[in-house]
Design a protein around this ligand. Structure first.
Ligand SMILES: Nc1ncnc2c1ncn2[C@@H]1O[C@H](COP(=O)(O)OP(=O)(O)OP(=O)(O)O)[C@@H](O)[C@H]1O
Length: 687
């Protein structure tokens, strides 16, 4: 993929494109619907013809029945008018219903098309676009395009046909009068032209603000715990307020512009009508025209203006919809980072030999290289642990193994076949990812496990759940396997969700597993409870486990220590510990982390360091609630800390537990391995 081009795609700011280009871009999606569109037009033409005929009959009635006061002259034209009206009504009903059907089909098709495209986009696309904005593009912008492509087209055709018929009828009645009034027609066009630019700008602003509002609401709701725990309601309200203000301004401005345009058009129409009445009065006075003809002529003009006005208005609507089209085109122009190979390699189920050969990779748009010259092999059935400091590139390895991206250089091979030569669906069937965050569908527990292998029998699902130690908690749920869960479900704990994910992976039964931090985010107890199901899952499969948690490291056939995108050490646990290098340091730091948490529980007063050297709580806020300058703050904090320590000392002095534990010894009681004994620590019964 061309890196420079790709970077440009992520520049914000929608491209400005003419309505014609936008129309041409989406027109192909009407394939298969076009004959129905033709039928809609046919109905529109018939309805306009019926309307024209009705007006002519009205002129006839005025001259022969009304002016002469003859009831006998009434019945014939009246019956004709009624027949024409009924035909017109039936045709209009059929045409409008069909138009609605075509329109909705088009919207469905367009939404599917965009949704399908978005689902293929690489992970970083979703990190860089706000979800709310994407939602707004997939909903309201999709509808805007419908206005442009289908409704716009049908509306334009119907307006053009109606205007043509009424104009032809007006010319047929009195060509000289018609010519005189049509001289004023360009005024409508000028008015529409004057307004179209501003309407497009304002509707683009409105759409951007709409997306921003959805984003703020969506982000705020997904962060509701943070909002409530830190009482951030005012800040969130302000954030929403800012976006809502932008939307408010855009929408008031849009209404004002539309209203100004409508009123201007109304004035132009009045000028035209007055011209007709003036000329008509003069013609009647000279005996060259009957009152019926003048009334019919005025009626034609009355009918003619709405389609003419509609055409001009349609221009504005289409212009406004182009703003939505631009936003969708921006997404549609982002290409997926990977695609199915043109000539896919034909392979059976692989044994699971994985090779990463001289791989280098930089994320699109990133300045730093994520992986450089990375090479390793994993034999079928082996467990390889990839570890290293945060940001070293571990998760990137998993993204390349599943081919979310192709490496810039080098190859990833499965059983000796480059993964870019395998159909994507096949590759992802053979390589199962257990991602860092447990992914849950809005569905039943059963469906959540079954998504590992669509069509799996209930028996197979239950067996997988048993192997993942999930069966027992599932049957205790209110509806057992039919209990509905969702991503924010409070029903299931982190450990239970993880076991659900393991059941899904067991059911998938692929030869290669990529586990990305399978125990991260779980407390020690929960982490230990997933180990056994994990072992069952990994048995007989090639496993690449990315983890900071080195508890499983002694089991690994090989450990790769990655740092800044390179492998810095490789070997078995004992070898690497004995080497005393990067791995040994990581291992030590992990154990020290346990010591650190122990320190949290030690009373401060046990250490007799001067107050200023101790870990200081920094009080950024004064009691009266104003921010302090930093220099003053720290000075102040040191004074306060001394007072605070005294207070803490007094409190602990009253604490019988602290007294018992520490009164006879300045050193906290420790376990055999040197870790401090936690107050509530019970020995782990083992798994
Ligand atoms: N979408 C992205 N766009 C640009 N850079 C990225 C992206 N994702 C990751 N990186 C960068 O690539 C490097 C490797 O990231 P990676 O997520 O693989 O690290 P990691 O070792 O898995 O870290 P952690 O243990 O914290 O998950 C980091 O410098 C990171 O900032």
């Amino acid at each position: 993929m061309d890196r420079e081009e790709d970077d440009e795609e992520y520049e914000y700011g929608t491209p400005t494109i003419p309505a014609r280009t936008a129309f041409r871009r989406f027109w192909p999606l009407t394939r298969g619907l076009r004959r129905w569109l033709l039928l809609v037009w046919a109905c529109t033409v018939l309805a306009a013809l019926a309307e024209t005929e009705a007006i002519l009959v009205f002129g006839d009635l005025t001259d022969n029945a009304l002016q002469k006061g003859s009831l006998a002259a009434f019945w014939g034209p009246a019956a004709k008018w009624l027949a024409v009206a009924v035909v017109g009504a039936v045709v209009a009903y059929a045409g409008n219903s069909l138009a609605a059907w075509v329109t909705e089909r088009f919207v469905m098709r367009l939404r599917e098309h965009v949704f399908d495209h978005v689902q293929q986009l690489p992970p970083h696309f979703f990190q860089r676009h706000r979800q709310g904005d994407l939602l707004s593009r997939l909903t309201s912008d999709v509808e805007a395009i419908e206005t442009m492509v289908v409704s716009g087209l049908v509306g334009a055709a119907s307006a053009v046909f109606s205007a043509l018929f009424y104009a032809a009828a007006a010319f047929w009645l009195r060509w000289d009068l018609a010519a005189a009034t049509f001289v004023l027609a360009p005024l409508f066009w000028l008015a529409a032209r004057r307004f179209s630019g501003s309407i497009k700008d304002v509707s683009r602003d409105g759409r951007v603000a709409d997306g921003a509002i959805t984003s703020v609401v969506e982000e705020s709701l997904s962060n509701i715990v943070l909002t409530q725990a830190y009482d951030r309601r005012d800040a969130e309200r302000r954030r929403l307020g800012e976006e809502a203000n932008a939307w408010f301004r855009a929408s008031v401005r849009s209404t004002r512009l539309n209203e100004a345009y409508q009123q201007l058009v109304a004035v132009i129409e009045t000028v035209c009508v007055l011209a007709v009445i003036g000329i008509g009065a003069w013609e009647i006075s000279t005996g060259r025209m009957t009152l019926g003809q003048l009334l019919a002529f005025s009626a034609f003009l009355g009918y003619l203006y709405p389609p003419v006005r509609g055409l001009a208005q349609l221009g504005l609507t289409v212009t406004a919809a182009t703003a939505g089209a631009e936003r969708l085109i921006e997404i549609l122009d982002v290409r997926p980072s990977v695609a199915d190979p043109r000539h896919a390699a034909v392979t059976g189920r692989p044994d699971g030999a994985v090779e990463v050969r001289d791989v280098s990779f930089t994320y699109p748009g990133a300045d730093t290289v994520a992986l450089r010259d990375l090479s390793f092999t994993v034999a079928p059935g082996e467990l390889v642990i990839v570890t290293g400091p945060s940001g070293a590139g571990k998760s990137t390895v998993s993204k390349l193994l599943l081919r979310f991206y192709d490496p810039d250089a080098g190859d990833v091979l499965l059983d000796g076949v480059p993964v870019r030569d395998l159909p994507l669906a096949r590759l992802r069937e053979y390589v199962t990812l257990l991602p860092q965050e447990t992914l849950v569908l809005h569905d039943t527990v059963r469906a959540n496990i079954a998504c590992g292998r669509p069509g799996a029998s209930d028996h197979a699902i239950e067996e997988a759940a048993r192997a993942a130690d999930a069966h027992d908690f599932i049957v205790r749920l209110p509806d057992g396997y039919d209990t509905r869960v969702d991503p924010n479900s409070a029903r299931l704990s982190g450990g239970q969700l993880q076991r659900l994910a393991i059941a899904r992976a067991i059911l998938r039964d692929s030869p290669v597993l990529v586990l990305d931090e399978p125990t991260t985010g779980l407390d020690a107890m929960a982490a230990r409870r997933v180990v056994k199901p994990l072992r069952r899952l990994m048995a007989g499969r090639t496993t690449i486990m990315i983890t900071h948690d080195l508890n499983l490291a002694p089991d690994a056939d090989r450990i790769l220590v990655v740092d800044r995108g390179r492998i810095v050490e490789t070997g078995r646990h004992e070898e690497l510990l004995a080497r005393g290098g990067a791995y040994a340091r990581l291992h030590r730091s992990q154990n020290n982390a346990v010591m650190d948490t122990g320190e949290l529980r030690m009373p401060l007063f046990v250490e007799q360091r001067p107050a200023a050297e101790q870990a200081q709580p920094v009080h950024l806020y004064e009691a009266h609630g104003t921010w302090q300058e930093p220099a003053y703050r720290y000075e102040q904090a040191a004074h306060e800390q001394a007072a605070h320590d005294q207070y803490a000392h007094d409190l602990y002095a009253q604490d019988q537990y602290a007294h018992d534990l520490y009164a006879h010894s300045a050193v906290p009681v420790t376990l055999d391995d040197g870790r401090p004994l936690f107050r509530d620590e019970a020995p782990w019964p083992g798994i």
